[in-house]
Design a protein around this ligand. Sequence first.
Ligand code: C5P
Length: 235
Amino acid sequence: MSTVSGSAEKVAVIVPAAGKGERLGPGAPKALRALGGSPLLVHAVRTLAAAPSVGLVMVAAPPDAAGVAEVQRLLADLPGDTRVVAGGASRQESVALALAALPAQYSMVLVHDAARALTPVDLVEAVAGAVRAGAPAVIPVLPVADTIKAVAGDLVTATVDRSSLRAVQTPQGFTRDLLAKAHAAADPHAPATDDAGLVEALGLPVRTVPGHAEAFKITTPFDLVLAEAVLRRRR
Ligand code: C5P
């Protein structure tokens, strides 16, 4: 295990939070929507900052001046080293911009969606631990409960074998060199929906670890209802 000053090496976490979140309906950017009285982003960053492996949280904010200022204001009172950069037009671009702004001392990076606001600390630690143990790319996954079919218009074209499918969550963890290489090779006109996809495009292996039901992405109004219920149970 590599060390910094005798303790386990810390990771930096990039939080893409620049999305509009249109599937949640009209209103503030998704990361700034309220859950239990605090924005989704604040829940996510609070958890990350509390994770023993995390040394820095770098948030990609909605790219306009108001978005950056608002995120700076929200994070000002949180513990730990949290910083803000302006995000981009796609999630991929937001991650690349945050990656470019990371201090040189960090050789391991996690990428975590702000919308996965209730992700437990244990999952953050599991992903960071797997990268620290030598896996260059790590993703949390869950088995798929539903039967999945391919369609063309309203017609089914195939039933996909569910046993080999996994739903993919964040945080995803990488060595910094690999994540930088994957983003440098990425096509800006066909942005990937996750960072591991860019590593796969290089033909390099991605390791999985067990995900967590509470790391679900808050995308629709129903997800917000679910998240409120999870939060109430925790409190
Ligand atoms: O749209 P989707 O749910 O896939 O977004 C995943 C994450 O990427 C969200 O946290 C969102 O804020 C972020 N994102 C971003 N920059 C964009 C679009 C999405 O940081 N331009």
